[in-house]
Design a protein around this ligand. Sequence first.
Ligand code: SAH
Length: 266
Amino acid sequence: MSAADSRKPWMARLADSAKARVRTSRAGGSSRLGPGAAKAPDGASHRARAAQGLGLTSERLRERMVERLRSSGVIHPAVLAAMAGIERHRFVDEALASRAYEDTALPIGFEQTISQPLIVALMTEAVLGAPRVARVLEVGTGCGYQAAVLAQCCGEVYSIERISALHQRARLNLRALRLANLRLVCGDGMQGLAEAAPFDAMLIAAAASDLPAALLGQLAIGGRAVAPLGGRDEQLLCVITRAGPDQYTRQILERVRFVPLLPGVE
Ligand code: SAH
């Protein structure tokens, strides 16, 4: 990011960059859904075929999804623009592609799920409520969809996944988007990412009873972590703000249900 960019007000810059990227992705969208998609490399090919199956209707499906997000109270223009532009059906299995724009969580293998669009939108909005979002950490890359939304709304985004097969899958899913500000890491997100800390904001996509100490320590003063906290079956989506070196406040957003945050790598 240039010095001139960093002097621009964040919101305006974010809205500008989101619009620009969405335009790019729309312009390229139809050709990626066309014959070129069939030539997609590696494991991306089945998703490319699914995309062909959805054809040109996927843009309309996304517009409808965004309308539903708006009527559920999502207002941040950068979030809405990112979700209107990113092809969610490319992040799920072929058999589920036709359901990619429903407001529901879907399985992504390894007993994990892609979060429902409304939760992705609300969590991203909560992240964007931080005073700065120049450096953001996501724990739980999964299929990479939430990471893509964050990368279109924030400065630098680091996303960690503990299941190496999912980390690889996310890499493939995200390749076509060419998000130069997104770094994918395979590792235990409970340890955070000390080499890139401190983070202005964090988005934790898996549930724990409390935010792990390493993550609390890697949050910048004034920064906020958005995380589902609670037991295995039901949690509260919380915003934890680091008010001072040893001072944290907690605000509850709503009831949610996430897969558990687990230690180690597999
Ligand atoms: N944001 C994801 C949702 C993934 S579900 C998406 O858009 O698809 C939550 C993910 O968190 C799972 O992939 C799970 O493997 C991962 N996870 C759980 N504990 C973790 C940990 N300690 N470190 C990194 N990832 C973790």
